[in-house]
Write a protein that binds this ligand. Structure first.
Ligand SMILES: Cc1ncc(COP(=O)(O)O)c(C=O)c1O
Length: 372
């Protein structure tokens, strides 16, 4: 991985060649199975790439008003929206942008259905199939007491004349085997309603572009739903579309010692890659080794726990060494913040000619404007 040493760090860099590689995988899935694929903007909203992505995908899904507007204005095609609850004021505006609206509960559906149908929207309900296929409760919508989706026991059949589809989202970074387990439960619990519907949305969490992803099984599962119930099948992955397409380039500012070597970078886990702390996970770094010179890479905010992870390198790090984090397109730009008043990283795109083009840089006003 070569970088341009003249670009000031820190910055996110998304590589068009790698993105197209993933989009080609999605294209195959669509062609083989007949499903529709939406971009979950919550994971990746770098709208610079929306025109390219729109050549491969069927539209976007949004988690709220601004994502719905962004998808509608920059991506086009279908705009879906789901939120655990809608505010009256937001909903009125969402009607301008979304064409498919998914409600989380019977109460929300009944509250907004007339307005939605009057505006020609397609509406559905998110169901909770109550089958956990992972142990990480923070990312498991089927975990006990989860607020995500309507359980069978709470599904009031009075909504049936108004809906044309159901939605579920239960997976996180999973393979098609977990989807298969989920779909069995969906059929068992909600199968009786499927014949009268037009579409089903399998949510996100499908790690589609991962090398070991079982595409054959996915195709089989989609086809089964299409053929048995005559349904349009949607997938709405975020990660699975932009997996391994992005980098984050930073620089060592200082190296301090406290029983170990700690390299302080011109970035921050909590500000620029919050999932490192929330998820938590240790992002891969270009050139990392199993053994060698050992460092903790850490952020330059006041948060003691602003640590990115421990790594080994072949050569010792120095002040000014560049550190390139991998797989940084997803859940980074969409979640970053200016805690401590540190600047937001710039956003670059590597074009097909291998040139790194500045898409957006940020300054003091971006920090100031959201504070008062
Ligand atoms: C309803 C819904 N759809 C799609 C996604 C996208 O998930 P992922 O980025 O893991 O594919 C999420 C993620 O939280 C979600 O909640």
């Amino acid at each position: 991985m070569k970088i341009n040493p003249n670009i000031p760090t820190p910055y996110y860099l998304v590589d068009e060649t790698l993105l197209i590689k993933n989009l080609e995988i999605i294209k195959t899935i669509k062609e083989r199975s007949g499903c529709k694929v939406l971009l979950a903007q919550k994971a990746f909203s770098m709208f610079h790439f929306y025109p390219l992505m729109a050549k491969y995908l069927d539209g976007t899904t949004a988690s709220g008003l601004y994502e719905a507007r962004l998808g509608h204005e920059h991506f086009g095609k279908e705009t879906h929206v789901y939120a655990p609850a809608f505010k009256d004021a937001d909903f009125k505006e969402i009607l301008k942008y979304a064409d498919h609206i998914v409600f989380n509960s019977v109460t929300q559906l009944m509250r907004f259905k007339d307005e939605a149908l009057k505006h020609g929207k397609t509406i559905g309900i998110r169901v909770n199939p109550e089958i956990s296929t992972q142990t990480h409760s923070m990312y498991d919508p089927c975990a006990p007491t989860s607020r995500m989706g309507t359980r069978l026991i709470d599904l009031d059949e009075a909504i049936l004349p108004f809906i044309s589809g159901i939605h579920f989202h239960t997976l996180c970074q999973q393979n098609a085997d977990a989807l298969e387990v989920t779909l069995k439960e969906v059929e068992k619990k909600f199968g009786k309603y499927l014949h009268q519907l037009k579409w089903i949305n399998f949510g996100g969490g499908h790690h589609l572009a991962r090398a070991d992803y079982d595409l054959d099984l996915l195709v089989k599962l989609v086809k089964h739903f299409k053929e048995t119930y005559d349904l349009e099948v949607y997938l709405e992955p975020g990660e699975g579309i932009v997996l391994n397409t992005g980098f984050f380039v930073s620089e060592v500012l200082d190296i301090v010692k406290n029983d170990m070597d700690i390299a302080i970078l011109d970035t921050s886990a909590t500000c620029h890659m919050p999932d490192v702390i929330e998820m938590p996970f240790t992002p891969p770094v270009v050139g990392m080794k199993d053994k060698g010179h050992h460092y903790r890479l850490a952020g330059y905010t006041c948060l003691t726990g602003d640590n990115i992870g421990e790594y080994h390198f072949e050569k010792p790090l120095e002040i000014g060494s560049k550190i390139i984090f991998e797989d940084m397109a997803l859940y980074t730009m969409v979640k970053n913040n200016t805690f401590n008043g540190i600047p937001l990283p710039a956003i670059y795109a590597r074009n097909l000619a291998g040139e790194d083009i500045l898409i957006k840089s940020f300054d003091y006003l971006d920090f100031k404007k959201k504070l008062s």
